[in-house]
Design a protein around this ligand. Structure first.
Ligand code: XLS
Ligand code: NI
Ligand code: NI
Length: 433
C-alpha cells in the first residue's frame, strides 16, 4: 500500500441524500436497469494517461502536479501502478486503459523500451489476478515522442512505419496477454500539417495497409478482442485522416475492414468535428461500427479538446440513449478519457473527479433507460415512418426511378406535410431527465 490516498474511504453507493462527498449518489453498481446491473451497462474504465502520467502542463506552462511516482525508473513505474490500482479499488472500477508510454520508462533503444513494457505487463498481470479491475483496452502512444512528429503509419519515412509496426505489435501482444477486451488505434499524428509537403494518397494507402496488417496480426495471435479506431478531426495534427465516424467508415470500406474494425467514440472529438456526441454514436450504430466510448467534455467556449470530466447528465442521457438503442456495450465500455484541471492538486480531486463522472453517467443512463422502457420516443419515431410499411412504398425500393415516379399520377399522390413535433419530443425528454 502507498499512502497517496490515505484517509480517503472506499466509495460506496449512498443514494442522492448522502451527506459525504465521498459517496456515489446515482451510481449503484448492483442496481438492475433494463435487466442488467448498472456496472455491466456502463463498464467504467479509468484512463492511466490522464490520471497517472499527466504532469498538469498546458501550452503556456509546465508541470503543476507533484506526484511521488514521476520519473524514469522501473521502481517508480511500479509505484505508479500501485497507486493506480489503489484508485481503481477506491472507485470499484471494473476496467482501466493504458498506452505503452504511460506505464513504462522509454528505453535508450526499442529493445529496452520493450523489456520495460514486458516487465510492467507482468506486474499488471499480477495486479489483475488479485484485483477486480481488468483491462478494457490497450493502445500504443505514437504521438508524443519526436520520432512520430510527421506521422506513424503515414510517415513519409518508411523506417518510422516499421517502428510503428513494432510498437503496435508490442502493445497488441501486451493487451492480449492481459486479457484486454479491445485494442484501440487513435492516429494523433496520422494526418498533415500542410498540404504543401504531403502526398495525401500515399499516406492514406499506407494507413489502410497498416490497419489491414493490424487485423491480420489479431488473427495470427488469436486475440479475441475488438479492434477500435478512435475518430478525431484535428489536434494535434491540423487535419487527421480519421476525422469522424463517417470518414472512418469510408476508410474502412475502402480497405475492406468494415466488418473487422469498430469505433471508439469520444465526446470531445465529436464536438471538435462539428457534431454532437449522440450523432456520432447513432451514426456508428446505424453503420454497424459502434464499439466503445471515451467519456469527457470539452470547454465549449475555447473549442479545444480539454478532456474534462462530464458533469451534465441531461446531455449525457442523449448519448446513453443511443448506446441503449445500439443494444448496449459488448466488448466496449465508458472510458474516462478525462483529466482533472491543472489546479486540482489534491489526491481527493482525482478521486472525486471520477466519482462525479461516474454519477453523471449513471444518472444519464438511468434517465435514458426509463425513456427507452416507456417506449414513447421509439413509438413516435416509428409512427413518423409508418408510411413505409405499405407494400406500395416497399415496392418503390425494389423497382426503378420511373416506377416510383409513376405512382404520382397512377395513385393521384398529393403529399401532405406533417409536423416533426420536435418541441413535443424535447418536452418528452425533459420529463425523464
Ligand atoms: C486524444 C485521444 C487519446 C486516445 C488514446 O485526444 O483521445 O487519449 O483516447 O490514444
Ligand atoms: Ni481525446
Ligand atoms: Ni480518447
Amino acid at each position: 500500500m502507498t499512502d497517496f490516498f490515505k484517509d480517503i474511504p472506499r466509495i460506496t453507493y449512498q443514494g442522492p441524500e448522502a451527506s459525504s462527498e465521498f459517496a456515489f449518489r446515482h451510481y449503484n453498481p448492483d442496481e438492475v436497469v433494463l435487466g442488467k446491473r448498472m456496472e455491466d451497462h456502463l463498464r467504467f474504465a479509468v484512463a492511466y494517461w490522464h490520471s497517472f502520467a499527466w504532469p498538469g502542463g498546458d501550452p503556456f506552462g509546465g508541470q503543476t502536479l507533484d506526484r511521488p511516482w514521476f520519473g524514469d525508473t522501473m521502481a517508480l513505474a511500479k509505484q505508479k501502478a500501485d497507486v493506480a490500482f489503489e484508485l481503481f479499488d477506491l472507485l470499484g472500477a471494473p476496467f482501466y486503459c493504458f498506452h505503452d508510454a504511460d506505464v513504462r520508462p522509454e528505453g535508450a533503444s526499442f529493445a529496452e523500451s520493450l523489456r520495460n513494457l514486458e516487465e510492467m505487463v507482468d506486474y499488471f498481470g499480477q495486479k489483475q489476478a488479485s484485483h477486480k479491475t481488468q483491462l478494457l483496452w490497450g493502445t500504443a502512444n505514437m504521438f508524443s515522442h519526436r520520432r512520430w512528429m510527421s506521422g506513424a503509419a503515414t510517415n513519409p519515412d518508411p523506417d518510422v512505419y516499421a517502428y510503428a509496426a513494432a510498437n503496435v505489435k508490442a502493445m497488441m501482444d501486451a493487451t492480449a496477454k492481459l486479457g484486454g477486451q479491445n485494442y484501440v488505434l487513435w492516429g494523433g499524428r496520422e494526418g498533415y500539417e500542410t498540404l504543401l509537403n504531403t502526398d495525401l494518397r500515399a499516406e492514406r494507402q499506407h494507413a489502410g495497409r497498416f490497419l489491414q496488417q493490424v487485423v491480420e496480426y489479431k488473427y495470427k495471435i488469436g486475440f479475441k478482442g475488438t479492434i477500435l479506431i478512435e475518430p478525431k478531426p484535428q489536434e494535434p495534427s491540423k487535419h487527421q485522416y480519421d476525422y469522424d465516424v463517417a470518414t472512418v467508415y469510408g476508410f474502412l470500406k475502402e480497405f475492406g475492414l468494415e466488418a473487422e474494425v469498430k469505433t471508439n467514440i469520444e465526446q470531445g472529438h465529436a464536438i471538435l468535428a462539428g457534431h454532437s456526441f449522440e450523432h456520432e454514436l447513432a451514426l456508428a450504430a446505424s453503420l454497424g461500427i459502434f464499439g466503445s466510448i471515451d467519456m469527457n467534455r470539452n470547454d465549449y467556449q475555447s473549442g479545444w479538446d480539454t478532456d474534462q470530466f462530464p458533469h451534465n447528465h441531461p446531455e449525457m442521457a442523449l448519448a446513453y440513449y443511443e448506446v441503449i438503442r445500439a443494444g448496449g456495450f459488448t466488448t466496449g465500455g465508458t472510458n474516462f478519457d478525462a483529466k482533472i484541471r491543472r489546479q486540482s492538486l489534491d489526491p481527493e480531486d482525482l478521486v472525486l473527479a471520477h466519482v462525479g463522472g461516474m454519477d453523471t453517467c449513471a444518472r444519464a443512463m438511468k434517465a435514458a433507460a426509463a425513456l427507452w422502457e416507456a417506449g414513447d420516443l421509439e413509438a413516435a419515431r416509428q409512427a413518423r415512418y409508418a408510411g413505409w410499411d405499405t407494400p406500395a412504398a416497399q415496392a418503390m425500393l425494389k423497382g426503378g426511378l420511373a416506377e416510383a415516379a409513376a405512382r404520382v399520377t397512377a395513385e393521384g399522390l398529393e403529399p401532405q406535410p406533417k409536423s416533426g413535433r420536435q418541441e413535443r419530443l424535447e418536452n418528452l425528454w425533459n420529463r425523464f431527465v
